[in-house]
Design a protein around this ligand. Structure first.
Ligand code: SF4
Length: 338
């Protein structure tokens, strides 16, 4: 599947035949006639319809739009209104984009404003090629795409592996105080993301002079920044979270209605594709090894090798915990001092 498949509508939007009564109510007899195709497009997409702009410029047809737009689910209508209000108040608008379903939904909510939109994406220095391709497809559609880099790949090539549960003997300080021959160091995933993702992204956002930052953050997500839509940071930037009150199902239904195919990693239980060689965030990467094997076989071999190194260190800590709890007997001096 090409990235084009991911970003551009790939099927006719699933659209139930509008009840005759609603269609009749939406197009009053006194108004000029519009074709059924145009009516359906407006009915399904509202402001995202390619016909919307010409209708919205004024004239008799614009009177049709309020009733036609009632067809969108309430969360979508509320978010479109929130986006429209924010766009009217701000001039430098940034979408922080990951390539996952939530940021894709935001991109589509912002469709009427693509000519004003900067899309910022963090490659962290170790991107999946399909995400690079996706951004290349978005680039001509919006005002600009800005790639923020990082050193995740160099980090990992130096033998610094991000992990969820850090065995401290494997940290940089642990390696210093407990000399070992292991040619790798473990780092907390949050330290790794701070260095290679969050800080570079924050600096680029600040340097870009944006006054509105849009993110695909939802309250129903397990991991999210601790603020709400409308928050203003110390630099005076307003944060717009148009999906804040959406469920995962709302996002999937919206993308389906927009005719946007989910990126292929969703079939593997993955969400956004972050760093190709990342060995952390395992709670959401159970299908990563299988995905890598199917699409990036060389990376799959290296990914598995690193996971096994991490597993060995974590199992030692797990055994020591069981000895400390008296669940197992120590073997070969484990749990005993010098
Ligand atoms: S996604 Fe993984 S490898 Fe990439 S910056 Fe975050 S912790 Fe590091």
């Amino acid at each position: 599947m090409s990235a084009q498949d991911s970003i551009m509508p790939t099927h006719s939007p699933a659209m139930a035949e509008p009840p005759q009564a609603e269609m009749t109510a939406a197009v009053e007899p006194a108004l000029p006639l519009i074709s059924i195709e145009v009516a359906r497009s407006l009915f399904a997409y509202g402001p995202s319809s390619p016909y919307y702009a010409s209708f919205a410029k004024g004239g008799e047809m614009s009177q049709c739009l309020p009733s036609i737009n009632q067809s969108a689910p309430a969360v979508v209508r509320a978010s479109r209104a929130e986006v429209a209000a924010a766009m009217a108040k701000h001039s430098r608008v940034l979408l922080q984009f990951s390539g996952g379903k939530d940021s894709l939904a935001c991109l589509y909510l912002l469709r009427p404003y693509w000519d004003r939109l900067t899309v910022m994406w963090s490659s962290r220095g170790d991107p999946f090629p399909e995400v690079v391709e996706l951004l290349a497809q978005i680039r001509p559609l919006v005002r600009e795409v800005v790639e923020v880099s990082g050193n995740a790949k160099a980090h990992i090539e130096k033998g610094i592996y991000p992990v969820d549960l850090v065995p401290v003997p494997g940290t940089w300080l642990g390696r210093t105080l407990e000399p070992a021959t292991a040619p790798f160091i473990f780092a907390s995933r949050y330290d790794c993301c701070t260095e290679n993702f969050w800080k570079p992204m924050a600096h680029a956002t600040e340097a870009g002079g944006f006054d509105l930052v849009v993110r695909g953050q939802r309250d129903s997500e397990a991991k999210r920044a601790p603020f709400s839509s409308g928050a203003v940071d110390s630099g005076g930037r307003t944060y717009l979270l148009p999906l804040q009150h959406w469920s995962k199902q709302d996002v999937l239904a919206y993308l389906h209605a927009e005719g946007v195919e989910l990126p292929r990693q969703y079939a593997y239980g993955l969400s956004s594709l972050d760093c190709l060689h990342c060995t952390a965030y395992l709670e959401e990467n159970g299908g990563k090894r299988r995905y890598l094997r199917d699409f990036h076989p060389e990376a799959a071999i290296e990914y598995e090798r690193r996971l096994r190194l991490i597993q060995g260190a974590q199992e030692r800590e797990h055994r020591l915990m069981r000895i400390a709890l008296g669940e197992i007997e120590p073997a070969e001096g484990e749990g005993m001092g010098d």
